[in-house]
Design a protein around this ligand. Structure first.
Ligand code: HEC
Ligand code: HEC
Length: 337
């Protein structure tokens, strides 16, 4: 850049200037040759390329002399200098290797970049043919051509780089902007509301003392407490059946959750609502629906647990005998242990 600027300044001083800006009386119109010297960009379709050619065999030599000290003999990169080859199929990885070969979509960028700025520290010292041959060598290093292929300004467009389809046109102005630029609704935006989850089920309610829970649960209970009329023998039989449940469940006042939820006053209680117990999905749904354990439902459940609540994590096969089922329900109602 300095080279050209000083050229222009010298010529202004040395010759009668032709003023480009009549108002300020400064500068002159650039000469066509000056514009040509600046106008070096190359477009993806190859427009702007100078006439010339080169192959990878010649390119390898030039590359070894002028580039390999930083980019490696095989364009693999030395130390922290950039690699210009390899890294294919790594773009979707967590740590992609982006090289000219794996990442750059257009060959024109490579030609332009080298022609403009490399070798590092000696920019714009390469002839067009040197650039063609070096580009050919880099293509060869990326397995895109044979070493004797002669690259020139005419066959340049034939190269499909590996990542040529990896970039998309940013169309957000059309596809997204109209959506987000609408006037936002600030008032009465939702027509109706519905409860989708209850705090007690997703377990965000602060822990209550067990007496509070008991009071609430018995207040909820729609089932009459007529335990006095139950046959004590039946209750006793139920207590024996409960031995099958004991490993996983506790009963009685202040019972704690084990691997299964506590069953205090389970008859008349809402399904899936023991405090701080993590139920499977089926029970969570039952709880959301507000289903309540009646004697009949308990019999049905304990006969075939997995049929009653699909996907329940209660690994218990079920009770077969009606006698046992009646007894356990009687026992669960009284929980007299
Ligand atoms: C003194 C070390 C050095 C030499 C010699 C050198 N380069 Fe570079 N090259 C670099 C550095 C540093 C960068 C990164 C520049 C940046 O990111 O701004 C680079 C970047 C590049 C890139 C872009 C890589 C990418 O993925 O971004 C290409 C292509 C390239 N050089 C080609 C060449 C060629 C061809 C030559 C020989 C004519 C050459 N370089 C000589 C140091 C060097
Ligand atoms: C191997 C352990 C295990 C055994 C044995 C077992 N259960 Fe369960 N039970 C569980 C688990 C775990 C759950 C929670 C189920 C879920 O979330 O899907 C559960 C849930 C229940 C529930 C639902 C409680 C509520 O809060 O809605 C009842 C009622 C129940 N069991 C009764 C019994 C009875 C009665 C027996 C014995 C006849 C028994 N279980 C045997 C593990 C067991």
């Amino acid at each position: 850049m300095l080279k050209y600027l000083s050229l222009i300044i010298v010529s202004i001083l040395a010759t009668t200037p032709i003023f480009a800006d009549s108002k300020l009386g400064l500068g002159r119109t650039a000469l066509p040759s000056e514009i040509t010297a600046w106008d070096v960009d190359i477009l993806p379709d190859g427009r702007g390329l100078p006439v010339g050619n080169g192959d990878a065999i010649v390119g390898e030599e030039t590359f070894a002399n002028k580039c390999a000290s930083c980019h490696g003999d095989f364009a693999e990169g030395v130390g922290n200098w950039p690699a210009l080859a390899g890294g294919f199929d790594t773009l979707a990885d967590e740590d992609p290797v982006k090289t000219v070969g794996s990442y750059w979509p257009y060959l024109s960028t490579l030609w332009d970049y080298i022609n403009r700025s490399m070798p590092f520290g000696g920019a714009q010292t390469l002839t067009s043919d040197e650039v063609y041959s070096i580009v050919a060598y880099i293509l060869y290093s990326n397995d895109l051509i044979e070493d004797d292929f002669v690259l020139n300004e005419k066959n340049f467009q034939e190269f499909n780089m590996y990542n040529s389809n990896g970039f998309i046109i940013d169309d957000r102005k059309i596809s997204e902007y109209p959506i987000w630029s609408k006037e936002p609704c600030m008032e009465n935006c939702k027509k109706s509301t519905s409860i989708t989850k209850r705090a007690s089920i997703i377990d965000v309610t602060p822990e209550e003392t067990s007496t509070e829970v008991e009071i609430k649960q018995s207040a909820l209970s729609p089932v009459e407490k007529d335990t006095a009329s139950i046959d004590p023998k039946l209750i006793n039989a139920g207590k024996k059946v409960f031995k099958k449940c004991k490993a996983c469940h506790a009963v009685g006042e202040g019972a704690k959750n084990k691997s299964g939820p506590q069953l205090y006053e389970i008859i008349g209680r809402k399904m899936g609502t023991a405090n701080r117990y993590k139920y499977s999905k089926g029970f969570k749904v039952a709880a959301e629906e507000g289903r309540i354990w009646t004697e009949e439902l308990m019999v049905e459940f304990l006969r075939k647990p997995k049929k009653f609540i699909k996907g329940t994590k209660m690994s218990f096969g079920g009770l077969k005998k009606d006698k046992d089922l009646n007894a356990i329900v009687a026992y669960l109602k009284t929980q007299d242990n």
